[in-house]
Design a protein. Structure first.
Length: 307
């Protein structure tokens, strides 16, 4: 994804310069999915899971891994660890360490640790990202494909069959809504993909879609289409990436953010500091580029003339 990092650096070079003197800030973010079929990967059956503990471990002077921090996932399955200083975490790992919800069905085991990836370092601020982590139930769900379910030790008694798993449904045209997809803003503003603006219109007002705080910040006349072309300034970059995230969340069920979550994060950022604006914009950009869910790509196909 060299193109993504080049575009990302150019867009945020001016934005980072707008941040005042800081005392150092390091942020680690990621998402945990419930691996319902226990196949060790994120698939169609899996979903972001709430209340899962994630620990970050780093090597000490003797090469032994020690825990440096622990956070629980929010209701969108995301987690953020924050340190009030810049730190080199290039040799550190994040891993599911348990569940903060005793009754949770998806906290019996965790997947392998994932290394931290440096996404941003500038003006005493660093941001690290972690590829999707997984948490697993004690047993695979009954609707999982048979190839994912370990053979039982003893024969199980017949049970009433449940609804067939989605891949076994009658053949139907591929639906982007049922496939992981994430498209950057450059795709959304191309004329050949304009037909994907289905839930919200390019002419919709920013203040109507994102609320009163957005109307005060961006004015009552700015449209989503105009907001998609903003760059070089933290608040315009936030609007561009937030609008892109909202469109992606309406296009696929498996996008890391729910539409309501996008709107809420936008408002939280608008009420916060410039650093919070930049952090939120980076989180949206990370999701829009497909980093949050490794299996997602932009699944757009050019619209027909009748679209």
């Amino acid at each position: 994804m060299d193109w993504f990092f080049k575009l990302w650096f150019a867009a945020f070079l001016t934005a980072a310069a707008a941040i005042g003197t800081t005392h150092g800030l390091t942020i680690i973010s990621g998402t945990v999915f419930c691996d319902q079929c226990k196949d060790g990967k994120v698939s169609l059956f899996d979903y972001p899971v709430y209340g899962i503990k994630v620990a970050m471990a780093c090597p000490d002077g003797n090469g032994q891994m020690t825990t440096r921090g622990e956070e629980s996932t929010n209701w969108l399955g995301g987690f953020n660890m924050r340190f009030d200083s810049t730190q080199d975490l290039s040799n550190c790992f994040a891993q599911v360490s348990g569940s903060s919800q005793p009754s949770a069905t998806c906290g019996a085991a965790g997947g392998p640790p994932k290394p931290l990836k440096l996404m941003f370092r500038m003006f005493d601020m660093e941001m690290y990202a972690v590829d999707a982590l997984i948490s697993q139930p004690a047993q695979p769900m009954s609707f999982c494909p048979s190839s994912s379910v370990p053979a039982p030790v003893t024969p199980s008694p017949p049970v009433t069959p449940a609804l067939p798993p989605l891949p076994s449904l009658p053949p139907m045209p591929p639906s982007p809504f049922l496939e992981a997809s994430a498209c950057p803003y450059q795709k959304w503003i191309m004329p050949e993909y304009r037909c994907y603006w289905k839930v919200v219109s390019p002419d919709a007002k920013v203040g109507v879609v994102f609320g009163l705080l957005a109307a005060r910040k961006y004015g009552t006349d700015m449209t989503l289409w105009e907001g998609m072309k903003g760059r070089g300034e933290p608040y315009r970059t936030l609007l561009r990436e937030g609008t892109t995230a909202l469109l992606n969340s309406y296009t696929t069920l498996l996008f890391p953010f729910h539409p309501l979550g996008v709107v809420e994060r936008m408002n939280w950022a608008l009420m916060g500091s410039t650093q919070q604006v930049l952090h939120t914009a980076l989180s949206f950009m990370r999701a829009n580029s497909g980093i949050s869910l490794p299996t997602s790509t932009c699944r757009f196909t050019p619209c027909t003339t009748n679209s």
